[in-house]
Write a protein that binds this ligand. Structure first.
Ligand SMILES: C[S@@+](CC[C@H](N)C(=O)[O-])C[C@H]1O[C@@H](n2cnc3c(N)ncnc32)[C@H](O)[C@@H]1O
Length: 245
């Protein structure tokens, strides 16, 4: 069995979400590693706060540039992503090789949801384990005091880019992540529970019928960004009860 060289630690939305299990794992690590997106990545401060709270040194790796040219076709886009992924792998490998010991890879929320860290660590070929964290959908449900689905019914977790396709396939109760300003035209009679910057600076919550609250969500999103300097949001979207549509 390969020795554990990397601990993939989900830290939720900040130090207040670090579980005792994750805290114990951090305490056993020699350092933590995080990627910085640009010189003034505002989310780095949250990772630094997690490390400070647990006395772990944070090593910051600049995220390699990715070709985001708008003109890229599918092949070009996939090539750009592959190049970026390879550059990220090489940057991590350099740090692991030069430092030795056990490294914590800090993951926002939980590593199982829309996060590439586990794939990257597998590709590095190192021994690792995973410590779960509180995910954004859990934080959303808790803040609104709701269950993500009706009794005995499913919830579909997806991305904003896939929302319309998934609804077209019959999904009627969706958690939608990776939003960047949401187009909710046509969903006016659906219910929404929306949240931004949950557990952090600029937190905002809005709930109601889409047609009633869509403008409020737009304003709240802008306010969250103005207050924190960044915004991440997600929402639960539920279709009208059968027969009411
Ligand atoms: C790259 S994914 C990471 C998800 C994370 N691994 C998790 O478990 O929640 C980032 C997306 O998660 C959602 N998200 C993450 N943190 C959030 C927060 N504090 N408030 C609202 N949405 C958040 C947003 O939809 C954002 O676009």
């Amino acid at each position: 069995m390969t020795a554990t060289e990397v601990r993939v630690v989900g830290f939720g939305m900040g130090p207040q979400h670090v579980t005792p299990e994750a805290a114990a794992a951090l305490a056993e690590c020699d350092y933590a590693l995080a990627v910085a997106k640009g010189a003034d990545d505002p989310l780095l401060a949250v990772r630094q706060a997690v490390c400070d709270a647990h006395g772990v040194e944070l090593v910051v790796v600049p995220d390699p540039e990715r070709d985001r040219s708008p003109g890229l076709d599918r092949v070009g886009y996939e090539g750009a992503v592959a190049d970026w992924y390879a550059a990220r792998l090489a940057a991590y490998r350099t740090v692991l090789d030069s430092r030795g010991g056990t490294c914590a890879f800090l993951v926002w929320g939980d590593p199982s949801l829309y996060d590439g860290t586990i794939r990257i660590v597998r590709a590095l070929g190192v021994g690792f384990d995973v410590l779960p964290g509180i995910s954004a959908p859990q934080a959303l449900a808790a803040r609104h005091g709701i269950v993500l689905h009706e009794v005995g019914q499913p919830v579909h977790v997806t991305t904003a880019r896939r929302l319309r396709a998934d609804v077209g396939l019959g999904q009627r109760n969706l958690v939608v992540m990776l939003t960047s300003g949401v187009d909710l035209d046509g969903f006016e009679d659906w219910s929404i529970w929306w949240g931004a910057n949950l557990g952090g600076t600029g937190e905002r919550l809005v709930a109601g019928l889409v047609g009633d609250v869509v403008a409020e969500i737009g304003a709240a999103r802008a306010a969250a960004k103005a207050e924190a300097g960044w915004v991440m949001d997600l929402f639960l979207l539920r279709g009208p009860a059968d027969g009411a549509a």
